[in-house]
Ligand binder design. Sequence first.
Ligand SMILES: Nc1nc2c(ncn2[C@@H]2O[C@H](COP(=O)(O)OP(=O)(O)OP(=O)(O)O)[C@@H](O)[C@H]2O)c(=O)[nH]1
Ligand SMILES: [Mg+2]
Length: 253
Amino acid sequence: MNLIFIVGTAASGKSNLTAAFSRWLEMQREDVMSVNLDPGAISLPYAANVNVRDYIKVEQVMEEYNLGPNGGLMVACDLMAGVIDNLSQDIEDFTPDICLVDTPGQMELFAFRNLGAAIAEKLTDAEKGLVYLFDSAFCRDPLNYVMNMFLASAINTRFQLPQFQVLSKIDLLKEIELEEIMGWADDVNLLEEAIDARLSGMKKEISQDMMEVIERIGLDFNPIPCSSKTNDGFNALYGELQRVFTGGEKFTP
Ligand SMILES: Nc1nc2c(ncn2[C@@H]2O[C@H](COP(=O)(O)OP(=O)(O)OP(=O)(O)O)[C@@H](O)[C@H]2O)c(=O)[nH]1
Ligand SMILES: [Mg+2]
């Protein structure tokens, strides 16, 4: 079994990717299941086979501890540590060949505290990977693109898993915008030129400094352009997952 965590900033398209890509994988006759690890996801665009909300619901935590939405989500995420065994058992009951794991909306709660990496380690013994979403809605601006590279690098440092980058929601981009962003991914000089031409002052300096740090971390950036509305890019994402995990074979023989 392979377990793929879907991670990204708030509203970057994690849940919709989990929904659309798992449906798409089913059509490729893969034995796929979806797991929701977001205790705050009151409605989901897919029927989760395993759901943390069977054990912890953010609205109950808010009421019980008298907290607002963010405090509630923080405590709910902390409580998740106590139900990992239940979730592991639930996943084991299904034993699919590939398992997509949707993660909490507030990425920092999951990824930048010990919780995320601990869950990733303890949830199953399966081989794991991570998809990091670059939200197209923000990536037109080179500063935001660089910030996403930085976050992706931080996630990589934290989780130490094979990591795939996806540029999400590409149906929202004009052809020319998509070409420009993919150009930045192909050739760092083009990104540096865009930073130089389109940013000024602090924004420019920060982008340049972050680029240096990102280069030092050395993560490879080839975001796969995808859309959960049109299923664009799913074939390429599937190909990359297969290349890394199965040597190019299907997950379900
Ligand atoms: N056009 C378009 N919209 C998308 C796509 N994927 C997600 N969205 C929209 O983006 C918003 C957020 O999508 P979600 O899938 O809920 O994102 P998320 O990362 O799970 O969000 P949180 O869990 O709340 O952080 C919703 O309004 C979706 O309809 C896409 O591929 N194309
Ligand atoms: Mg979500």
